[in-house]
Design a protein around this ligand. Structure first.
Ligand code: ZN
Length: 235
């Protein structure tokens, strides 16, 4: 992150690109994104994983204080530091009823970062109805990652953004998904129907009649067939 003094003149995007090239000496291949937050007098330069080592080098030169030339040849000094947050992301929030207000979703996401802007996503021009599609787009200055599933007024919404660690729908763990969640095993109610296939196999064995080497087995099969034939719950 590169930060201007509060009283510094507002730079233009061109100045910032030139600064990244000439002062930070990062090539286009090393940079993932340059995001401007000029109302807050700062911008973010995201560096590729392979070039991360350059960050400490950039920070160490003159304690991260850099002269920043404007297009009109005037200068200011800016502070270059490592962003402690995760930068600014556009987060898509899906599966919430239209009636749930953006303000409420914003409140639900506040713990993960500051919501800067909220937009209703629309169907694109290729469709007949260029109306809202129900997905909310939230521009967030992320402090921590948002779980893949969040609760908003009792509705389970899905959140999506670039480089989001996918999390379990039940416990928000990054280690597994819902199908593997230990919470699911603990809380799941045994399904009586799950026992039917075993009984059915016994019934099939019994139906073959006399194929089993022992009469006892056949008897057991018949009992199983009897049980399987009863409606669920009656014993
Ligand atoms: Zn889980």
């Amino acid at each position: 992150m590169c930060m201007f003094a509060n009283d510094a003149k507002k730079p233009i995007a061109l100045d910032i690109h030139e600064f990244v090239f000439h002062k930070l000496r990062l090539t286009e291949n090393e940079v993932v994104s340059i995001q401007l937050e000029l109302t807050k007098r700062r911008f973010y330069v995201k560096v590729r994983e392979e070039s991360k080592h350059k960050i400490s080098q950039i920070k160490s030169i003159n304690s991260g204080m850099y002269s920043f030339p404007y297009e009109d040849k005037t200068m200011t000094t800016i502070k270059v530091m490592e962003a402690n947050g995760l930068g600014i992301r556009w987060v898509r929030v899906l599966y919430l009823p239209e009636e749930v207000e953006n303000r409420v979703i914003q409140e639900a996401l506040n713990a993960c970062g500051e919501v800067l802007l909220v937009r209703d996503e629309l169907w694109s021009n290729q469709y007949r109805y260029k109306v809202k599609n129900g997905i909310r787009n939230m521009k967030i200055e992320l402090k921590r990652h948002i779980p893949s599933y969040i609760d908003v007024l009792g509705h389970q919404a899905v959140t999506l953004y670039e480089e989001q660690p996918r999390t379990c729908a039940l416990c928000h763990s990054v280690e597994h998904f819902r199908s593997e969640c230990p919470l699911r095993r603990r809380t799941s109610i045994p399904n009586p129907l799950e026992q039917v296939p075993g009984s059915y196999r016994s019934y099939a064995g019994a139906a073959r009649g006399g194929e089993g080497p022992h009469t006892k087995d056949t008897e057991r099969g018949e009992q199983a067939a009897d049980r399987a034939g009863r409606p669920c719950g009656s014993r």
